[in-house]
Design a protein around this ligand. Structure first.
Ligand code: FAQ
Length: 328
């Protein structure tokens, strides 16, 4: 039997109305929420960025947890433990934000431990000295703040809201790193050298955290049009360097860039050339600690299998009990 129903001529218009609504919300600087229609590309781009960000927070616990047992005082140990726990919390908010877009926690974790997912290049560098705790706080959390404060205004509601809380905590992290370096710089000659050596090792990788240069950043244009990203990679990198220069002067630390100079015309600090070959090597899995970081994450996942099983068994029991009570 042939259908007498003719195709709804407004069917494609319905989609376009939804798309128009989406575009209107973006234009009005309003927020897209999980219930709203969104283009598939927008959803995918957010899952990509948010899951990479979540993985970075989780892998990012490793370089600092390396020093928890060896922190030089009880106070430093307590602060470092709290900081590493904060990073775990950030990972969890971000995984939850990605889940509102339909991504599953299992899929994201599987991609990470299979080595298929990206996480920030910065966490593939070693932490051989205590001063590295200072450099991570000052430079890595400092870069994270510069990059993430604008993300508090990301067009996707759950991501922007997660970033507000994360940025507050990152701000504390940055200050504690600065304070570690300040104390070392006010110490013995050996301590000053340890701080300078650490900054020499972390400075360039921290600049790479902002991503490739604008003319080599395939995701930026669309991401900025959708108001996920608010500024380009180079713009944020420049802001970061402008912020660091006066802080380095207070510390008495030299930023390891002989070409760094103030440009009177632009009123900005011009920097030397970044070694993008190193960046691409790290992204390809060939950084100093890539293999170790992933192996440790896999081990942690395997060692936690019993916790997941116990939690699932408990949830099953609770659900059976609730059903029994409802039936009685
Ligand atoms: N490392 O086209 P674009 C933290 C990839 S959290 C690795 O410019 P986009 C807190 C990029 O994913 C640090 N991969 O990409 C903490 C893309 O690959 P895909 C993490 C990188 O997205 C502190 C490709 O290159 N922060 O530090 C990197 O527009 C202390 C092309 O790049 C965030 O994730 C990199 N550095 O811009 C924790 C912030 N850069 O996906 C513990 C949110 C680029 O096409 C201790 N994310 N790539 O295969 C963002 O703002 C952006 O995603 C960017 C990259 C700026 C990272």
């Amino acid at each position: 039997m042939t259908s007498t129903i003719t195709p709804d001529p407004s069917a494609s218009a319905v989609i376009s109305v939804e798309e128009q609504h989406f575009n209107d919300l973006i234009d009005a600087d309003s927020r897209i929420e999980p219930r709203d229609w969104m283009p598939e590309g927008y959803r995918k781009s957010l899952v990509r960025q948010i899951s990479q960000h979540a993985h970075s927070e989780i892998i990012g616990m490793q370089p600092e947890s390396n020093w928890i047992t060896r922190a030089p005082s009880l106070k430093r140990k307590a602060i470092l433990m709290a900081k590493v726990q904060d990073e775990a919390g950030h990972g969890l908010y971000l995984y939850s934000a990605a889940q509102t877009l339909g991504a599953t926690r299992d899929d994201m974790t599987d991609a990470l431990i299979a080595g298929k997912a990206r996480y920030s290049s910065i966490f593939n560098y070693p932490t051989p000295s205590w001063a590295d705790m200072g450099s991570i706080g000052w430079l890595v959390d400092g870069a994270a703040i510069c990059n993430q404060v604008p993300l508090c205004r990301a067009s996707y509601g759950p991501y922007g809201r997660a970033m507000v809380r994360i940025c507050k905590e990152e701000s504390f992290h940055q200050r504690q790193g600065f304070e570690i370096l300040l104390e070392l710089m006010q110490g013995t000659e050996e301590q000053r050298q340890m701080a300078q050596d650490s900054v020499n090792r972390w400075y360039w990788p921290a600049l790479m955290m902002f991503g490739p240069p604008d003319d080599d950043s395939p995701n930026s244009a669309q991401s900025m049009a959708w108001k996920i990203k608010r500024h380009s990679n180079d713009e944020l990198r420049q802001r970061f360097v402008n912020m660091l220069v006066p802080q380095a002067a207070v510390l008495g630390i030299t930023l390891p860039d002989p070409e760094l100079h103030f440009n009177e015309d632009t009123q900005q600090w011009d920097l030397g050339v970044i070694d993008w070959t190193e960046f691409h090597e790290v992204l390809a899995g060939r950084g100093p600690n890539n293999a170790q970081r992933l192996q440790r994450r896999r081990d942690a996942h395997d060692n936690g299998a019993w916790v997941r099983e116990a939690a699932a068994a408990y949830a099953r029991k609770q659900s059976a009990r609730t059903k029994e009570m409802a039936a009685s």
